[in-house]
Design a protein around this ligand. Structure first.
Ligand code: SD4
Length: 322
């Protein structure tokens, strides 16, 4: 069980663990430690309902793939979440366009990009993975595929999002300031009872983006990546930075070379910060390696949700790159 002290964990926390059974959080230099063990599900940001849905799926014998899909579907259908699916803020032309990807423990992957009018892009991504020889479908083609596979055409632009867009249009100033926007792209990673990992990521992307813009979230290796031998990672923040560094793949590869999830997150973000202007951006990546969890953030305010050992909690991540 987690203690109250563990509830708020600094960004410097590294959750270290082995590959089976009880996992102990291994501290790296001056890091907090905690213990957890699979099965588990983590999600970026405050997404306790998503981790709960994924956890319930795991409890019913669902696979990690079922769990991450169930988790991602929660904010997709929630109009209060204005960064994902239904209720998402539109692009500069007033269109809600969605990006999502999913990956299983065998390395199968599916994704959709620039998809409109479909409530659950994550489920379409899964269908792409399971029913086509392809990995990614985009735009009209992705929409056609969704309709052919039984998804309903729906208007995703809610009144509140439309009002915000109309307000934005008065100045039409495009400035992605992720944390201030309270963006909420969801990346989910789960490890099931068979110790297999899966990941999902879903978003409406940056608000007021150029029509046609696709971010990191549907790009396997950028917004999310899992490898059953190593672990997984997902990213949230300004997607352009994550795409240029293939952030999630990088983190998994760094873990493969022996870094803890925390060290790997820190190193990946260090590279972004070194190379690019990050003054208005954030790129954060919780990752898990058979029960180890790491998280790192350029800006303050990042947190992730974790359901493990029958407890659903928020883990706050403090800024620690200046
Ligand atoms: C994107 N990475 O489209 C997404 C945005 C995001 O929290 O993560 N927002 O670039």
């Amino acid at each position: 069980m987690f203690s109250r002290k563990d509830f708020i964990i600094k960004s410097t926390l590294a959750a270290g663990a082995g590959t089976i059974g009880l996992e102990a959080l291994a501290a790296t230099e001056n890091k907090t430690t905690m213990k957890t063990k699979p099965p588990l599900i983590i999600a970026t940001w405050k997404n306790l309902k998503a981790t709960e849905a994924g956890w319930l799926s795991l409890q019913k014998g669902g696979s990690s793939l079922d769990a991450v899909e169930a988790g991602a579907m929660v904010p997709e259908a929630d109009p209060a979440d204005m960064s994902v699916g239904y209720g998402g803020l539109p692009d500069r032309d007033g269109k809600v366009t969605l990006d999502a990807c999913i990956m299983d423990y065998k390395g199968n992957a599916g994704s959709v990009a620039f998809l409109e009018n479909i409530m659950h892009p994550i489920s379409v991504a899964r269908k792409v993975m399971e029913k086509t020889p392809h990995v990614m479908l985009s735009g009209d083609g992705a929409f056609q595929f969704a309709i052919e596979n039984g998804f309903k055409k729906e208007n995703l632009l809610i009144d509140k999002a439309k009002e915000k867009w109309l307000e934005w249009k008065k100045e039409s100033k495009y400035e992605p300031v992720i944390n201030i926007e309270l963006h909420d792209t969801i990346g989910v990673l789960a490890i099931d009872a068979n110790n297999h990992i899966a990941g999902a990521c879903t978003t409406s992307g940056l608000a007021y983006k150029v029509h046609g813009r696709v971010g990191d979230s549907p790009i396997i290796g950028a917004g999310m990546y899992v490898d059953d031998e190593v672990g997984g990672a997902c990213a949230t923040g300004v997607g352009e930075l994550v795409m240029k560094t293939l952030g999630s793949f990088l983190i998994v590869e760094l873990m493969r070379q022996g870094m803890t999830p925390q060290q790997a997150c820190e190193e990946a973000i260090r590279r972004i910060v070194k190379k690019y202007d990050c003054s208005k951006s954030q790129a954060t990546s919780p990752s898990t390696k058979k029960g180890d969890i790491g998280a790192y953030s350029i800006q303050t305010g990042f947190m992730y949700s974790l359901y493990a050992e029958n407890e659903n909690r928020i883990v706050e991540v403090e800024k620690h790159i200046d």
